[in-house]
Design a protein around this ligand. Structure first.
Ligand code: MLT
Length: 399
């Protein structure tokens, strides 16, 4: 009989957001007429920008005529998009189009990148964290060392005093909404260079940064091209959670060792992996992504994000009023707050769902250090968010 990958037996029974969805649907099964306000999974709600929609219509039209039809595209992405990414997101940082790999999402990228690394690597993961990093490394059977993130270190982790081979960093952070200063990011880059480690830098939420002091890319830090892979996504930036388009940057000078001591180019290995296992993001989604960088696209996309940030400010103020010490929500769509009276976070999740019809994400779902916290997203409408926060405040007062 064939055998399973037993590492899967070490995973939690369900992926975090599947567990949240299952609890919500069990509640709705029992209360079919209940009104729910969803502030759990970070899924966007506003329609795509008109410039993006027009680009998609044009791309569909291209596919309807033999002269402009597109079949399989180049696996790392079309040049029109790779060039637009380099010119707009990495201007002045020396990133080349050949270092950009277009994909269908940062979730799959941050998981798939593990394919080109040995199972023997020791992985550093900040805690609380986006669960994909933990789950995909558990699937591969790698040892994980958790790096606690708390108010004391601004949710940016303390630089480890041991050698870690690969470190995942995500800023603006999911789930805490915290940002990382240039100085702290430099400390992480210096650590990686000194220890010959690699940083997987998930910058999926960089478009929410408004504070000019906060770095958007790890490549703003000197030396990062020798120690970091960056992940970006159009999902939250431009409402692509359903359309699917993202990218990552693997600098040509970035290397890691084979067991016989040779230095191997990671750009080449990743290209090899992607061209074998992935047929590229669709032509239509790549044309849509290209339009995000058009002059009208930039203005329209920013207006949507500004709207989400306004909602985030309302949520944060309301959680402050409830005495739950929120963080985040200023350069991020996520707000992270303490549960009332230190209640276990799944208990608070259930209580808030059952008594107020409001869905958040329990902090414990993001790791042990998330216990006693919950995450709220600012992707619902402002009106719904105000209503949800009023209900939450009333519930907290009644406890
Ligand atoms: C989240 O809620 O953390 C995100 O939506 C998950 C994701 O982007 O995959």
């Amino acid at each position: 009989m064939s055998q399973i990958n037993e590492n899967y037996l070490n995973l939690a029974q369900r992926y975090l957001f599947s567990e949240v969805a299952a609890r919500v649907s069990a509640y709705l099964g029992k209360n079919p007429s209940a009104k729910i306000i969803r502030m759990g999974i970070g899924d966007v709600t506003q329609p795509i920008a008109p410039a993006v929609a027009q680009a998609m219509h044009r791309a569909v039209e291209d596919c309807c005529h033999s002269e402009t039809f597109h079949g399989y595209g180049p696996e790392p992405g079309y040049d029109f998009l790779r060039n637009a990414i380099v010119e707009n997101d990495f201007a002045g940082l020396g990133i080349k189009a050949s270092e950009v790999f277009v994909s269908d999402g940062a979730k799959s990228d941050t998981g798939n990148i593990g394919d080109i690394f040995s199972q023997c690597n020791v992985i550093g993961i900040t805690d609380p964290v986006y669960p994909v990093y933990v789950d995909t490394n558990t699937m591969a059977g790698r040892r994980i060392v958790y790096i606690p993130c708390n108010p004391g270190n601004g949710f940016t982790g303390d630089i480890p005093d041991q050698k870690l081979d690969i470190i995942y960093l995500c800023y603006p952070n999911n789930p805490t909404g915290a940002v990382i200063s240039r100085e702290k990011l430099k400390a992480w880059v210096d650590y990686a260079l000194e220890n010959q480690s690699i940083i997987f830098y998930d910058a999926a939420y960089e478009a929410f940064i408004r504070d000019p002091q906060i770095p958007h890319s790890i490549y703003e830090i000197e030396g990062a091209k020798r120690c970091a892979i960056e992940f970006r996504s159009f999902s939250k930036t431009a409402g692509f959670t359903g359309i699917r388009c993202a990218f990552n940057v693997v600098p040509e000078e970035l290397t890691a060792r084979s067991s016989d001591g040779r230095e191997i180019s990671l750009n080449h290995l990743w290209d090899r992996r992607q061209s074998c296992k992935f047929n590229g993001a669709s032509y239509i989604s790549q044309r849509a992504a290209e339009a995000v960088y058009s002059p009208e696209g930039k203005v329209q996309v920013k207006a949507v994000l500004d709207g989400y940030l306004e909602t985030a400010a309302v949520i944060r103020a309301s959680l402050q009023k409830a005495g739950l010490n929120p963080v985040g929500g200023e350069n991020s769509p996520y707000i992270w707050a303490q549960t009332p009276g230190g209640m276990p976070s799944w208990d608070f999740f259930d209580l808030l769902l059952n008594r107020a019809g409001v869905v958040v994400t329990p902090g414990a779902g993001f790791g042990q250090a998330g216990e006693g916290y919950f995450r709220v997203t600012a992707f619902s409408s402002k009106d719904q968010s105000i209503e949800a926060m009023e209900k939450l405040n009333q519930l907290v007062k009644s406890l």
